[in-house]
Design a protein around this ligand. Structure first.
Ligand code: SF4
Ligand code: SF4
Length: 465
């Protein structure tokens, strides 16, 4: 049996995966309309390339970079139809963003995919360009552009490609369903990345609650006969095992430095969905226009793993498809309950990074009021990033962003383990999420001020000459 890997300070949460475990992902009925956010990536903004009234084919590019720059990825039509409007809509991160609304129309036919491309004979630049043009981003988190992740600065030596199949969040079983159905595409995606990066070693990390799937992946490795070494490692089921930095620590023993990225420790991490999307961008020429996700929770009468076009609004599918019991529904969460976003209603589109939507009852969530911090230190004990949540929180309460940064705010990956264990039920994760946003803004303003001062000094010196 493979050695089990783990990390320190993790927690055990109720998994609540049993209602969808083992269920194959089904393609949802074709939505009557999709609402596609123009910006679904971490980086510079996009602008729409279409206008109301335009007919669009499935796979057609509908938004791309507003200005030249590497940190952008395009967005594509996920169904064929007519653009009805382009307007701001609420997105799963609880902000309003520009969306292209496409109504399905049978008179528009055909797909607008790219020509298939052999990833093993094309150049590195062609391969990276294909991944960008396919609109591929990290499908498990903030939507970091994959073509940037796969092209780290030349001074960083990458030794490991890691496939994140931990799926440690409660309720979610979409990666598990993908491993069952598409193990060959996952392994091919790894082989493509190994070719692009020139790395010889890849490791797939899965938690031991999915150990039965390891032979499927191992068989796909044997069948693929790709160069290099691809192995499957079993990790203990422990939250938040799927956090990039923790998975790296568990699988390689390496540490990602504070403020650094996985590449700083010689690793590149990709999630299961992104690997499949990369494979399909080459073999089918298909951009990222649909994704797998789990729809579950106690108020969901028909929990299932699904594949949905990007932009699908789940509540617009036939009512019996999920059978939501609105009388028991207390909270809708995009993603899992630990790291996902609670949203005010379910009429929000599925995005490239939506791994699940959970319809939770009052019993499955907590709404008790916060109490005062009793300085018990439990949040510190359970933080696997080795931060000081209590200090970060008190600095944020005092409005001292610099102090919060010193306490490690930017290294917080919002896993929720501190809040889960806080006896005072302080909404630590929410505070840190907002605090990180404010700190980024604060640092950008500081940088702009410093640049303006430097310019002023230069101007004064020029005047003296
Ligand atoms: S766990 Fe909660 S109550 Fe205890 S120190 Fe941390 S913030 Fe305070
Ligand atoms: S401080 Fe951040 S990383 Fe640490 S337990 Fe809390 S949410 Fe997780």
């Amino acid at each position: 049996m493979a050695e089990k890997c783990t990390f320190k300070r993790g927690i055990h949460i109720p998994e609540n995966k049993e209602r969808t475990t083992g269920k194959a992902a089904e393609l949802v009925p074709l939505p009557k309309q999709v609402v596609i956010p123009v910006n679904q990536h971490f980086g510079a903004p996009n602008k729409p390339l279409v206008a109301a009234g335009d007919a669009v084919k499935r796979g057609q590019k509908i938004a791309d970079a507003a200005a030249p720059g590497p940190m952008t990825v395009p967005v594509h039509a996920s169904i064929a139809g007519i653009v009805k409007k382009i307007e701001p809509r609420l997105q799963s991160n609880n902000t309003e963003g520009l969306c292209v609304v496409i109504e399905a129309d049978e008179s528009v036919s055909g797909d607008d995919f790219m020509t298939p491309l052999d990833p093993f004979t094309c150049s590195k630049d062609e391969a990276l360009s294909r991944i960008r043009e396919a609109g591929i981003v990290g499908m498990g988190g903030a939507g970091f552009p994959s073509h940037i992740k796969l092209n780290p600065p030349a001074h960083l030596k990458i030794d490991y490609i890691i496939a994140d199949g931990a799926e440690c969040e409660a309720y979610l079983t979409t990666d598990e369903a993908a491993i069952r159905a598409k193990s060959a595409a996952i392994i091919k995606g790894l082989a493509i990345i190994m070719k692009i990066t020139g790395v010889n070693t890849a490791i797939i990390g899965i938690e031991d609650n999915k150990e039965a799937l390891a032979p499927l992946l191992e068989q796909a490795v044997a069948d693929g006969k790709y160069p290099g070494t691809i192995s499957v490692r079993i990790c203990k089921t422990q939250y938040p095992q799927g956090g990039e930095k923790l998975l790296i620590r568990a699988l390689t023993g390496r540490e990602v430095p504070s403020g650094g990225l996985p590449a700083d420790s010689g690793c590149i991490v990709q999630n299961i969905g992104s690997l499949i999307a990369i494979t399909e961008a080459f073999t089918l020429g298909r951009p990222l226009i649909k994704r797998g996700l789990t729809v579950s929770g106690g108020a969901c009468g028909n929990p299932r793993n699904i594949v949905a076009p990007i932009g699908t609004i789940l509540t617009e599918l036939p009512a019996d498809y999920f059978n939501i019991d609105y009388s028991r529904l207390a909270k809708v969460i995009f993603g899992g309950p630990m790291m996902g976003s609670a949203v005010p209603h379910a009429g929000i589109p599925v995005q490239k990074n939506t791994s699940g939507v959970n319809f939770l009852t009052a019993k499955e969530t907590y709404s008790e009021p916060e109490e005062y911090c009793i300085r018990c230190g439990r949040c510190v004990r359970y933080c696997s990033a080795r931060l000081f949540p209590v200090l970060m929180n008190s600095a944020l309460e005092a409005g001292d962003l610099d102090e919060a940064q010193k306490a490690g705010l930017m290294d917080c990956f919002e896993c929720g383990a501190c809040a889960y264990n806080c006896p005072a039920r302080i909404r630590l994760t929410q505070r840190f999420r907002i605090g990180k946003f404010n700190l980024r803004t604060h640092l950008a303003a500081k940088q702009a001020l410093a640049a303006a001062k430097a310019d002023a000094v230069k101007d004064q010196e020029a005047l003296k000459k």
